[in-house]
Each structure stands twice: as C-alpha cells, then as structure tokens.
Design a protein around this ligand. Structure first.
Ligand code: ATP
Length: 288
C-alpha cells in the first residue's frame, strides 16, 4: 500500500516536551485520524508534516518527495485546514478567490464556486465574521479548490456543534469517493474518529502508540471485566492497564487473543472505544 506521508526517526524537543523518534506513515486513499490528549504532540507533528516546523532530527517525505527540493510541488498538492484562519481573517471569499487562486497552478474557479454554493457560504462577508463552522467549511472549500490530493486538518471539528460536526464528517466522507484522495486529521474528539477514520494513529506524550486500521484496533483492543482473584502477576501481563474496583477488575488489553487464551469464558469482554483506549492508556504501556 502506498504511503502519502512518511515520517522517519523524527525528533523534536521543546522545553518540557519532546517527540522522541516518531516513525509514522499515512496511507494513500484512506482517512487517518490522529488522536491524542491535549498536549500530546498532534499539532507539532502536523506542523512538521507541513514544513512549518523543522524537526531536530529525522526525515519527512510527502508524495515520496523531500521538502528541501520539492516544497512548492508538495504544497501544491496539499490542502491544509486548521483551526485559526489567521491568513484570511479580514478577507471575504471573493477576495480569497482573487488572492489565493494565483498561488496554485491547479486552482479551479468552478470548483470553488461549487463548494461555496454547496456549503452555503456568503461571498461578500469577511471571514472573521463567519461562525466557527462556516470558517471550517470555507477553509475546506479553499483546500478543495486546487484539487488537493492530501487534505491535512488540525482539529477541524473542535468547537463545532454536534450537528455541524456530523455534517462536516459526512462531507469529508463524501470526498473519499475520489480514490486518489487522502485525508489526515487530528482530533481529541474520539467519537468523530470512531465514525469516519479508516486508520487511527494514536499519539501520547510525543510517542506514537499505534497506527493501525480501525479493524486491527478492534481486533486487538478490548475492555475486560472479571473477578479480582483471576489476577496475578502472570495473567496481568495480558493487560495494558488494570483498574481494580470493589466489585472486580476492569482492564484494557491490546492482545485480545491472549486474553481469550488465558481467561476463556471466565471474563466479560467488551468493545473498547477510542475513548476507552485513551483513558486506560493514560496509565499504561501498550505492546502492540
Ligand atoms: N513552539 C513551541 N515552544 C515550546 N513548546 C511548544 C511549542 N509548540 C508546542 N509546544 C509544547 O509541545 C507540547 C505539544 O503541543 P501540541 O500543540 O503539539 O499538542 P496537541 O496534541 O496538538 O494538543 P491540543 O490537543 O491541546 O492542541 C505542549 O506541551 C506544548 O506546550
């Protein structure tokens, strides 16, 4: 399977936070959700993918190309949507069409008009007066109007109301009918990712814990509940994190097969949502 983005051995240190040796791929033709708690390193990683921040070490390649030699070509093929539309604040969409369009070889006026119409966006209103949801849609319209193959979005659904969020997610899914398109988006709203992602890359404290298809996550991870006397030093190895409650234990496993082998029918096994995984992983170590 082709990778659109490859991060190899990426290191980046700030005071009090570091990304230490990230290796990650983004698969072509799929939606990858990038999940992690506040401060886990999502924006920092995305900035390095966009060449807005230089890694201390390691290599970033996008479409198999290096930013050092092919920055313009790479950027031409990426649509970047992020939270604060600082570049466009004072402009309305008509101005944007005039000023942004010439920057892209493959800018498509008709497509821009199509999305502006589809998203019900006003052309003459300054973008800073747009609601948060409208701003997101406008950013997406701009990103889509130059036929971007890779759409990178940093927290696109943060601050959107549930209905708007859902609409936005539907829209993103519609975009995937184009099999050449790849979407990478960060979020800490796990239900959004549960809903639309094909792959989940999970970052915690600057480490990629896993980057798997949603099927693989569902096959490996589960919540296991049982009686306390089932736990001992050996059986606990099947779990990433165990929480003891007066009525028994609840644990997260990243190795469902091992749990089945060890415990058989003596425990209750439930589907682990991404929120469960995030919650339990806060205290544990994953082995997948
Ligand atoms: N330019 C910078 N200088 C110093 N520290 C920084 C800088 N940028 C980010 N950090 C720190 O790096 C850590 C990760 O930040 P980052 O914005 O990547 O997290 P995030 O996962 O996107 O979080 P959130 O979900 O809250 O946006 C934080 O502790 C942040 O304070």
């Amino acid at each position: 399977m082709e990778n659109v983005v490859e991060l190899k051995g990426i290191k980046k240190a700030f005071k009090g936070f570091s990304i230490d040796q990230i290796d990650m791929e983004v698969k072509k033709g799929f939606i990858t959700g990038f999940v992690g708690a506040n401060g886990a390193g999502k924006s920092t990683t995305i900035k390095m993918m966009m060449n807005l921040l230089k890694p201390d070490q390691g290599e970033v390649s996008v479409f198999g190309l290096d930013y050092k030699t092919h920055e313009k070509e790479i950027k031409e093929r990426i649509g970047f949507v992020y939270d604060a539309n600082v570049f466009y604040e004072g402009l309305n969409l008509k101005d944007i069409k005039r000023t942004v369009a010439p920057a892209y070889k493959s800018w498509d006026d008709d497509l821009f008009d199509y999305y502006v119409d589809k998203f019900g966006l006003p052309l003459n209103k300054a973008m800073k007066k747009f609601s948060k949801g409208m701003q997101m849609k406008a950013s997406l319209a701009i990103a889509l109007s130059h036929h971007a193959e890779l759409i990178i979005m940093d927290e696109p659904t943060a601050g959107l109301d549930p209905i708007f969020r859902r609409e936005f997610l539907d829209l993103i899914q519609e975009l995937m009918v184009d099999s050449n398109r790849t979407i990478f988006f960060s979020s800490h709203i796990t239900t959004d990712l549960d809903r639309i992602a094909d792959y989940i890359a999970f970052i915690q404290d600057g480490d990629i814990v896993f980057n798997h298809s949603t099927e693989e996550v569902a096959e490996n991870y589960a919540i296991v509940k049982g009686e306390l006397d089932l736990l001992d030093r050996d059986t606990e190895k099947a779990f990433v994190e165990v929480r003891r409650v007066p009525t028994g234990f609840e644990a997260l496993t990243d190795n469902l097969k091992q749990v089945n082998d060890i415990f058989g029918d003596s425990v209750v096994i439930e589907h682990a949502t991404l929120e469960d995984i995030m919650y339990y992983l806060k205290g544990g170590v994953s082995h997948v």
